[in-house]
Design a protein around this ligand. Structure first.
Ligand SMILES: C[S@@+](CC[C@H](N)C(=O)[O-])C[C@H]1O[C@@H](n2cnc3c(N)ncnc32)[C@H](O)[C@@H]1O
Length: 217
């Protein structure tokens, strides 16, 4: 099941109920979760989906890149926020998620997001495009490696949005389970480097699983 552990607290339920009268994305969110949900697929939370929609609406980016298509909710949130982009590429290395994503696009009649089955690091070796909006939602311990790469690929004024920067609350916990230690250390390193990086002006928010929103300056 996609995101089976996701439960909204009373505050997010209340806020989402207000947002629901502003756009149809929350209804669509539930539909996407139910679509072909045989396997577990991680997805951005509802407040993150709304935030992506609004950032896309405000930014009106020509060239959009997503790293980590997963369930498709994040890509579709960006798409609904702004459909007049010139190019929108979403990268996913998992075959089941890629195949499901193609079917989902067919069902929703979305024709112009290019979903590519590839490892993002290989994609960057082959492709030198520059972006106006990047959404990073992949393996947490890799974020630090994407930072330098993405810096070169983003136009001035471009937005870099990263999900999961809190990793639950693990980045602030003293006692971390052994299996998460490497990811937490690398994620904390990423957060700190991003906060100090003079190429970006960054806002860190507790929305969803922790979101950073950076402008390339
Ligand atoms: C947290 S999920 C993305 C959730 C998605 N944004 C959504 O809202 O449904 C992360 C996804 O990134 C993919 N992924 C992780 N590392 C990747 C890489 N190096 N290249 C391509 N895809 C990657 C995983 O297979 C997984 O589906």
């Amino acid at each position: 099941m996609i995101n089976e552990n996701y439960t909204e607290n009373d505050i997010t339920k209340y806020l989402n109920s207000l947002s629901a009268s502003q756009n149809n994305l929350l209804k669509l969110y539930d539909e996407i979760l139910k679509f072909d949900n045989k396997y577990y697929i991680p997805a951005v939370k509802k407040d993150t989906s709304q935030l992506l929609y609004w950032l896309a609406y405000l930014k009106k980016a020509d060239n959009i890149l997503e790293i980590g298509f997963g369930s498709g909710i994040s890509a579709i949130s960006i798409y609904y926020g702004y459909k007049d982009f010139k190019k929108f590429v979403s990268l996913e290395r998992d075959n089941n998620r890629y195949v499901r994503g193609k079917q989902l696009f067919k069902k929703l009649n979305i024709k112009n997001i290019e979903l590519i089955k590839i490892d993002a690091f290989n994609y960057f070796k082959e492709n030198c495009d520059k972006y106006d909006l990047v959404f990073l939602d992949a393996v947490k311990k890799d974020y630090i490696n994407y930072l330098e790469l993405l810096k070169e690929r983003m136009n001035t004024g471009a937005l870099l949005i990263c999900d999961n920067i809190l990793f639950g609350d693990r980045v602030i916990k003293e006692d971390i389970e052994e299996k998460y230690k490497e990811s937490v250390l690398k994620l904390k390193d990423f957060n700190e480097k991003l906060s100090l990086d003079k190429n970006f002006k960054t806002l860190f928010l507790p929305a969803g699983d922790g979101i950073s929103i950076s402008i390339k300056i």
